[in-house]
Structures are given as C-alpha cells and as structure tokens.
Design a protein around this ligand. Structure first.
Ligand SMILES: [Zn+2]
Length: 492
C-alpha cells in the first residue's frame, strides 16, 4: 500500500473537482443519480420533454451490451434485421389485448399520403409490424424456427418526468421475435433468452437478479405469459431488467401466420418475444455508483484503465515516454493515456473517478526509479505498487477482482433486502421499510390491486422460479389458499 494523496493536494494547485457530485448517494438518491448521469457525461436532457441525449461515455456502455449480446444471439442462430418505425393503426388494432395494453402510450402520426387516412403509430414495440411480414415469409415447417432480433428505438408517450436511462419517452432496446412449430420449443427458448439476460446482467454489469414469471396483472399485453428478471436497487426499489414472453398462438391467428406441417396440414406456429433496454445502464449506475460518481464494472467498461503521468518540467519527457511504453504493454485491455496538457494530475484523478473508469495507473519519477507504477481501484480506492514486469498479469487480476467484488456487494444487498412474510401486517411493514417482500399469493388481480393501494404503490415483481415450500399458507391479501410465493416491492 502506498499513499499518493499528496499528489492530489499540491499546495497552490487549482482546487480539483469543480464539477464533482455535491450530494451523497445515501442522502438523496434521485438528485445524486441525476448529477452522476449528467456530470459523468453519460447522458443529457433533450429539448423535447421526456427524451434523452446519450453521450459517447454512456453510449459506449450500450455498445458493450450490444457487442456482448450479439455474440450470444449468434450462438442461438438469431439474425439481426430492421423493421419500420411506423406501424399502421389497423395492424395495431388487430390483437385486441395488445392494442388495449399499449394504446394509452402510443404516439400517433397522421399519414399525409394521398388516398390514405390511416394514422401511423410510432412503435411502442414491434410485434404487429414484424408479424405482418412473418405472415408472408412463413409457408412451411421448413421455414421454422424463424429467429429475428432488431436493435432500435422505441417511443412510449406516457411520461413527462424523465429520468435519464430509467424512464423516458424514447429509449433504445433490442427485441427478439421468434416463431416455432411447437409450444415446447417456444417455452424452452422463452427461458433460454431470459437466462441469457441473467448472464448479461450478472457477468457484464455485475447486477444480480431474481428470475421468475410475471403475474396476470403485470404480464405483457397479448402474451400467454411473461418471464422477467428483476434487480433491487439500493434505494429499495425493484428495477425490471429484461423480459421474455411466450405469445402463444394469439398473434399468429390474428396476423394470419401459418405453416404447412410435416403432416401436410395447415398450423399456427408458436411465438415468443424478448427485450432489454438502455434502462440497464441506469440500473448499473444506481447499483454501483458512489459519492464520487459512476463506478463501471470492468467487463462493460469501454476504458478499463487510465494512465495518468505525474511529472515536473524536468521529468516530463522521460515520464511520458515510459507512460507510452506501459500503455502499449497492456495488450488486450482498453487503456487511455491521459497526457492532456493544462490539467493537473489531481484534476485528472477526479475526472476519471467521476466517470467510473475501473483502474487508474499512476506513473511518476519515483515510480520510474523503482521500475513500477501504482494501480488504484475505482471501487475501493485501494492502491498497490506493481512492477512493470508483472503489470499485465496484475492488471488482469485486479479487473477480475473488481468485477467480482462489485457483484458480491450487490448480491449481498439483494439478499439482505429480501423479507419473507406470511401476514398482511408484515407485508405492509416490510414494504414501508423498502424491502423486497416475498409473500404467499393467490394470483388474483384484485389482491395485487389491494396491495398496491394499501402500500402506496408496491407491485408484484415476479413469481420466482425458485419457490420455497408453500405448505398451507394463505394469500396475504385475501386469506384464500395461496398458489405460490411472489415478490412485491416499489419499483422504477
Ligand atoms: Zn389473494
């Protein structure tokens, strides 16, 4: 361990961190979150209310998510494609449940083409526009399974109080839409893609999640059932991180998707759809960020390490030359050498901390004498002298350690947040304490509504796949025999 704090506070140096976070995460999380997102240059507010500008530092996280997930899609033989932003109103209305579920948040465009009076929906999701094409493309069992994904923007004109990445009228996502001959295949892959989302959250974003099925009230409009992964944020609210729906045969029937089976007869296929969005970036910020700003898990960070050379005029050339060598020697990692003029090392330290770069590498004349450098962890602030000879290995080990420890810390938070209750009084108390509450539940929509009303907004997050023994517990809300354990909490 080595203390370099004096490097940060040289006498006469310009006071660092003029744009730092001015509120503590634990004191005022919404204000803290807004400051981190804007000051770390992840995103900005747009001139159109409810929209967001994703800045390069934030977009790079989305690119990492896309890169990771595109590799996974390849493994599952899913192809990327692109469908139009505009959806004819008549398409939208075909599936009644779907139309009912989405209509309050659809933004409409009046089609000015001659001879057409039809309004166009700006896609709030793309089932209808895609399945119209699928009906033309699918003829025989040989065309199945059909697996298509698209990366695109989505508009849901519901909110006015924008929370960058977490809630906005326009956001980015991917939506996978697959078609199968049998229900079994469809079911199996609903779960495969949900498991892929779990893997993405846990391995890339260091976000532990709970996987389960949505209740009837919370399922996707038009789906047979919806599966979900839910993370639990430090302020005691759940955040839905990804969903995978079995759409049954409903859309196939309304859109006329059918195929001639091996039995020479006409059949409707089974369909699923699944998605994750730029909300995941919001979840990552909320979960890992601290009072100094963003903390990026190394696996998703576009820059894993930043080298900050520390020199006076007489050492400048030597230190910069050696810093370049170190940068080049860190092969296979994404490293930035911050050799900008006009910024003090202390200013640079603060800026990279605010932006959440996992490791800072400090190099000054004294380090050069020892043929070493100093590695500083963003998550814990821990410092370590590392010899140039073992730098590559030490850097790699450190990234792994940071990734693991972020995940473990988040996992501990999740586990400690769960309260298992068996009575309505306990449920209300635990919701009041901002816990993720596991309670016996009968499945009735009326019970969910009652819980929401009596707790000031708690909703059923999921019926976890991992079910404790139910015994003869009764539903906490109505006292009838419970069907399963379900999680309830406030949510983003
Ligand atoms: Zn009930």
């Amino acid at each position: 361990m080595k203390t370099n704090d004096k490097r940060r506070e040289k006498p006469g140096e310009k006071k660092p961190n003029p744009l730092g976070i001015t509120v503590k995460k634990a004191d005022d999380m919404p204000e803290w979150y807004g400051q981190v997102v804007t000051k770390a240059e992840l995103a900005d507010y747009a001139p159109v209310k409810g929209c967001m500008i994703i800045r390069p530092h934030g977009y790079a996280l989305w690119q990492s998510i896309m890169d990771y997930f595109n590799r996974r899609l390849d493994e599952h033989h899913v192809k990327n494609a692109y469908f139009p932003l505009f959806i004819p109103e008549s398409f939208f209305e075909k599936e009644a449940e779907h139309a009912k579920g989405f209509s309050p948040e659809v933004a409409w465009v009046q089609n000015k083409d001659e001879g057409s009076q039809e309004r166009l929906a700006i896609r709030p999701t793309s089932e209808t526009i895609m399945y119209d094409a699928y009906a033309r493309w699918i003829r025989s069992w040989r065309d199945l399974p059909l697996r298509i994904n698209q990366w695109c923007n989505i508009v849901r004109w519901e909110v006015s109080d924008v929370k960058l990445f977490l809630r906005s009228r326009e956001f980015l996502w991917q939506e996978g839409h697959c078609v199968y001959e049998t229900e079994e295949e469809c079911d199996r892959e609903v779960r495969i893609f949900l498991d892929e989302y779990t893997g993405l959250c846990e391995h890339l974003l260091a976000l532990p999640v709970i996987a389960g099925r949505k209740t009837e009230k919370e399922k996707f409009a038009g789906a047979k059932y919806t599966t979900t992964i839910e993370a639990f944020m430090p302020d005691g609210k759940a955040l839905q991180c990804g969903t995978s729906h079995n759409l049954g045969q409903g859309f196939a029937k309304t859109f006329g998707i059918s195929y001639v089976g091996k039995d020479e007869k006409e059949h409707h296929p089974w369909q699923n759809s699944w998605g994750i969005s730029t909300r995941l970036i919001g979840a990552t910020i909320l979960m890992h960020g601290d009072d100094k700003g963003m903390v990026m898990p190394p696996a998703v960070a576009h820059t894993q390490g930043v080298i900050v050379p520390i020199y006076r005029d007489k050492d400048k050339e030597e230190v910069l030359a050696q810093a370049k060598k170190l940068s080049a020697s860190l092969k296979g990692f994404s490293i930035v050498l911050d050799d900008r003029e006009g910024f003090s090392p202390g200013w640079k330290f603060n800026e990279w901390e605010l932006k959440g770069i996992p490791v800072r590498i400090e190099l000054g004349p004294r380090d050069i004498e020892k043929r070493s450098c100093v590695l500083v962890r963003r998550d814990t602030g821990e410092k370590k002298d590392v010899s140039w000879k073992t730098l590559n290995e030490s850097f790699s080990t450190l990234l792994d350690a940071i990734q693991r420890s972020l995940f473990e810390k988040a996992k501990k938070h999740l586990e400690e947040s769960i309260r298992k209750v068996t009575s309505y009084t306990q449920l209300k108390k635990a919701i009041g304490e901002r816990r993720l509450v596991l309670a016996p539940f009968c499945g009735a929509i009326s019970c969910e509504e009652k819980i929401k009303e009596d707790t000031g907004g708690a909703t059923a997050r999921c019926i976890p796949f991992d079910q404790p023994a139910l015994g003869d517990h009764q539903c906490v809300a109505c006292g009838k025999k419970a069907k399963h354990w379900a999680y309830f909490s406030k949510n983003y």
